[in-house]
Design a protein. Structure first.
Length: 159
């Protein structure tokens, strides 16, 4: 049986990514674009690593950054959603081994400012980190969100 990969090994495994694909006609109608950029896990890590204290980023913003970087119409919603999860677990794996400067994954939110239950320690751990940086976390419906998150979003402005 093959040894299970660590989170950091998963992070480093590019699987021939990044790449840009042309979408099928049905997918083009659904996603409202012709081409889709699929990032590598490390590319998503690099975006997340550069979110400064006091700022936040959403998966939607990561998708915009990826699309612009690769001159595609959209960034892949699937990989741009999964890779932050891998980044978060790889960061905590590194922290458990004594690494101090980890990717601040807790600053990456789901759409509409929602905290991510799939991050290490779940939403309570992400909430703790965010509140330690001065953000207010509130309940909205069945989710926890950062209050006024849109004021803190590190917007991507295409040049």
């Amino acid at each position: 049986m093959a040894k299970k990969k660590t989170w950091r090994e998963k992070l480093m495994d590019s699987k021939d990514l990044p790449k840009v694909v042309t979408l099928s006609e049905n997918a083009q109608k659904h996603w409202k674009g012709r081409t889709m950029a699929i990032p590598s896990p490390m590319e998503v890590n690099d975006i997340m690593r550069h979110v400064p204290k006091g700022k936040l980023v959403t998966i939607d913003e990561i998708r915009k950054i990826v699309a612009h970087k690769h001159e595609a119409d959209i960034g892949c919603p699937l990989t741009c959603g999964i890779f932050p999860w891998i980044v978060a677990h790889a960061a905590m794996e590194a922290a458990a081994e004594g690494v101090k400067n980890i990717t601040p994954y807790w600053r990456t939110l789901k759409s509409k400012g929602v905290l991510n239950p799939k991050y290490p320690g779940g939403i309570e751990e992400q909430k703790r980190y965010l509140e330690a940086e001065g953000h207010k976390v509130i309940k909205k419906g069945k989710h926890l969100i950062v209050d006024n998150y849109d004021k803190y979003i590190m917007k991507y402005i295409a040049a």
